[in-house]
Ligand binder design. Structure first.
Ligand code: SAM
Length: 190
């Protein structure tokens, strides 16, 4: 079973920044590697599902004309909105929404899947990835980065996520960066 949205509500009720995205050197370094690995200098439209408190969102903003970020938990999205507003980034929008629900999601040339897809049950990954890839224009970039540890709140493992991405005929892998903690991969969409 995929991890339900109400689980994340309870996580943010216990802590404003449950994974310490704003302070953890591990996370800040991971974000730096992710953004540095993007092959294009500029992107027109970035879609970032599961943006949490918006730390990665702010980094992505420097490379994109528009960033559309969403998180299913309003408390997280509200923090991200405040961060983006403080930084004066008028080209970034942060919406409270279930990224998997059929609201009108933006077509994009950059799709960012960071610590997100392991909340999806393994038997639903292929369908969900197919759905997300339909948003990405031909030649666009898909970046995926997932922790390789085990957690009870994950519905599948980070390795399952990247194996599912590797199976996609429409994705050409450009970057494969593996560390003890996480796997970072960048793909070009056919
Ligand atoms: C581990 S955090 C990852 C945050 C960010 N992507 C990063 O790499 O720093 C997972 C986030 O996914 C959000 N989330 C989980 N399922 C979601 C969904 N279906 N739609 C939007 N956000 C979701 C949670 O609320 C949480 O903020």
């Amino acid at each position: 079973m995929s991890t339900p949205g109400h689980y994340f509500e309870s996580v943010y009720a216990d802590s404003a920044d449950p994974w310490d995205f704003a302070g953890s050197w591990y996370e800040l370094r991971r974000y730096g590697l992710l953004v540095a690995s993007l092959p294009e200098r500029r992107y027109r439209v970035c879609f970032e599902p599961a943006c949490s408190v918006g730390v990665l969102t702010e980094s992505l903003a420097a490379r994109c004309d528009e960033v559309h970020a969403v998180d299913v938990v309003d408390a997280a999205a509200e923090q991200a909105r405040r961060r983006i507003s403080r930084a004066g980034l008028a080209h970034v929008s942060v919406r409270t929404a279930d990224a998997l629900a059929p609201w009108p999601r933006p077509a994009c040339d950059l799709l960012v899947l960071s610590e997100f897809l392991y909340y999806t049950a393994a038997d639903r990954l292929d369908a969900l990835i197919g759905d997300l890839l339909r948003l990405v224009e031909s030649g666009g970039t898909v970046v995926a980065c997932h922790w390789l540890g085990r957690s009870e709140d994950h519905a599948c493992h980070g390795e399952d996520v990247h194996a599912a991405l590797a199976r996609r005929d429409e994705l050409e892998r450009l970057v494969h960066h593996r560390e003890e903690g996480f796997l970072l991969e960048v793909f070009r969409r056919a």
